[in-house]
Design a protein around this ligand. Sequence first.
Ligand code: UDX
Ligand code: UDX
Length: 475
Amino acid sequence: MSDDWELKICCMGAGYVGGPTMAVIAKRCPKIRVCVVDISQKQIDAWKTDDLPIYEPGLLEVVQECRGRNLFFSTDIATEIEAADIIFISVNTPTKTQGIGAGRAANIKNCELCARTIADVATTGKIVVEKSTVPVRTAQAIARVLQSNEKGLKFQVLSNPEFLAEGTAIADLMNPDRVLIGGQQSEEGLAAAAKLVSVYAHWVPREQIITTNLWSSELSKLVANAFLAQRVSSINSISALCEATGADVLEISRAVGMDDRIGKRFLQPSIGFGGSCFQKDILNLVYLCETYGLNECAAYWNQVILMNDFQKKRFSEKIVASMFNTVTGKKIAMLGYAFKKDTGDVRETPSMFVLRDLVHEQANVHVYDPQVKREDMWIEMDYTCGMNKDNTPRLEESVVTAPDAYAACEKAHALLILTEWDEFKTYDYKKIYDSMMKPAFVFDGRNLLDHDALRAIGFEVHALGKPDPLKFSDL
Ligand code: UDX
Ligand code: UDX
């Protein structure tokens, strides 16, 4: 190993966050050695090929440029920890499924395990950076585990939450709105924070790198996600009101968003937000409020989740009600399964809840998504909505994964748009209409398609929060 490196970084956890983040650090800092380690051999092996374990636009190019130069992947965790000056902890922190706080509190077991491994194998002091989203004061737990080493080593713990969104991770990392670094306000803590600032300063303007105390940094991440999710739930609640009144949610979104105190972004109605962060972080915030006896604050944030559940349920109910109150035995084409476009990630995807409801109604669902792998659908379903092969015997037969959208739609009674993939806008909908059963329904859960054009072809279109011409003839 060459010792000419400006700095050596090790990242524990080669997932959606660790992988892309380290790839961009390696690209922007060619003199820093970056190694990503993981307990999963399969995960590490995949990072060494061109078939990366996660899909993210632009990621492969960055990995190809840096891999073998200053970006490495390994399962030799002990060696890499020992060699590093800075260690990022970027392992998953799933919501607890049992015990105290089950269903809401984040389980920081993996973070603690990483801290224990570091304390065990390190022979010199390190800067340990908490990258995973964690409850406030986790840094204290990590610090205590690290300090309890019997070698008299001194560690500094920093919090550096990730704000990247999937699908745009590389762009978000290359041009972040801000980089947040929290540290202890002691001399050593400030020095550690300054070192991490110097890494990001290779490409991020200094005024966009903010340093705070540890607890502000940890809490900021939860608050940012809660505020974003709240906007989506707010506009989704209005989409329901629009459908009842004949108002158009997109017109409202535009009118409201032009107030620059409110802003345009995150006002796009959907069948509900999904992804690994929003629900998990809000539940985490709710739990935190309750822990401190702040029941009103907990109830306030919990309502964001309840609104999201309502929006998902409302969509499935609308499908069944519109299709003459029965979808039993009917073929339904589901276009899109990922929680948003440009990712194959299905964690907390709202599509899963629609699929579950349709399977319970005994529909035959044909799913097409450009990036989602069939086997991933079952794992997440079992984990999140409790539906698996054992308790839903028809599950595997009721769900077909189609090779393309045309196959999914052939002889289908309805076509659902659940993810806003760009390619869905480019299809020949006349051809699709001709191949479908009549009446041919479209339920556009993302308001993605040109509804007037579809109606002209003959489809019966149901959109989100848009006036339904069958109901409002005065428009
Ligand atoms: C995770 C957290 O879920 C999120 O809260 C945080 O903001 C960032 O880290 P993500 O990167 O999406 O998100 O997780 P995932 O894609 O599941 O990757 C985690 C990786 O850590 C996996 O590859 C897993 O094998 C690895 N891991 C887990 C370890 O190497 N060691 C462990 O002890 C546990
Ligand atoms: C989010 C945060 O944006 C990011 O900063 C954080 O670090 C991780 O969590 P991500 O979950 O990847 O990122 O996706 P995001 O783009 O925020 O979308 C979350 C969900 O909200 C998706 O299901 C998306 O479809 C939905 N959404 C988003 C809407 O329904 N309407 C909108 O206007 C915006």
